[in-house]
Write a protein that binds this ligand. Structure first.
Ligand SMILES: [Ca+2]
Ligand SMILES: [Ca+2]
Ligand SMILES: [Ca+2]
Length: 304
């Protein structure tokens, strides 16, 4: 194993006898691979005194995050995958269109063929938005990726199984996970990320998160707060920019018992149906999550 800096390099193979790696004494070859076993240079043989191959390397770090979204988590121990089974999950990442800012290689992700056919605990629940942030003041975002979350909480790449890879040098970073209608969360402490996979399990109370009460405790399991229909950094039940009114608007604006199916931000519990009243409606969780009694209260997202 040799460590080389990011950028483009040349591999030069010299031959002191000047007769190459073939052919008088049999066939020879060489390959150069990166730490993840990707092929950089392949030479089946050469016949002259030396050979030169150009190749480029880019450092990558790998993160295996685990999160539960309150909406589909219900009482656990895994999340429901009604959006997947209802064929509502879009193939292309939804976050850029919702105003999330991609940087450092994120954006434009599309799900590999067949991934949404997986059932069981590794079935896909929805898209999530991952951020890798610097430890510098203000925790600036250095790289993002849209990713997928499985029923058991594993956050994976577009193949539905692998950890999420970011084009970054190994180092200490904060890891954040955000969602289109849940409050985002970030590690309180820097996490060492390398080309090997680092696990960040946000479902454990032991994994400290930035801020105060960043996650909701559901029988000892930490989940992301549901109910953010507006995409601003808070849950609000009444007043300007609240998260309740968009639900009523989505179902038509006048008949509270109406329902709308599909992939909508106002579907707080992510069952594929937007509903305002009745059993398992999408309105009540917002009131519960701001405290349950005083409708003018709010809950702020704990992200810098
Ligand atoms: Ca899994
Ligand atoms: Ca909101
Ligand atoms: Ca719903």
């Amino acid at each position: 194993m040799v460590c080389i800096p990011d950028g483009c390099h040349e591999l030069v193979v010299y031959d002191s006898f000047g007769d190459g790696m073939c052919c008088a004494y049999g066939a020879g070859n060489f390959t150069l691979r990166d730490a993840q076993n990707n092929l950089l240079v392949n030479n089946t043989n050469f016949t002259t005194a030396s050979t030169t191959h150009a190749f480029c390397v880019t450092a990558a770090v790998r993160v295996s995050a685990k999160v539960f979204l309150e909406g589909p988590y219900l009482t656990g121990p895994t999340m429901t995958d009604a959006l997947r089974s209802g064929n509502w999950i879009p193939n292309a990442e939804p976050y850029a269109a919702l105003g999330f800012t991609h940087t450092g290689g994120g954006g434009g992700e599309t799900i590999n063929a067949g991934v949404l056919n997986t059932t069981g605990v590794n079935a896909i629940v929805d898209w999530v938005f991952m951020e890798i942030r610097s430890t510098s003041a203000g925790y600036p975002v250095v790289a993002t990726h849209s990713a997928l979350v499985q029923r058991d909480g594993d956050v994976v790449g577009m193949d539905g199984t692998s950890p999420v890879s970011f084009t970054l040098a190994a180092g200490s970073y904060h890891v954040a996970v955000r969602h289109r209608n849940h409050l985002g969360i970030m590690t309180a402490n820097p996490v060492a990320l390398t080309g090997s996979t680092t696990t960040v399990n946000f479902t454990l109370a032991a994994t400290a998160t930035y801020g105060t009460s960043a996650r909701k405790d559901v029988s000892g399991v930490q989940v992301m707060w549901s109910g953010n229909c507006t995409g601003d950094p808070q849950l609000l039940y009444t007043g300007l920019g609240n998260d309740r009114a968009p639900i009523l608007t989505r179902i038509g604006g006048s008949v509270p018992t109406a329902i709308v199916t599909g992939y909508h931000r106002e579907d707080v519990n992510m069952d594929g149906t937007v509903s305002y009243v009745g059993k398992a409606n999408d309105r009540d969780p917002i009131l519960v999550n701001i405290g349950g009694t005083i409708p003018t209260n709010n809950r702020l997202q704990q992200l810098p």
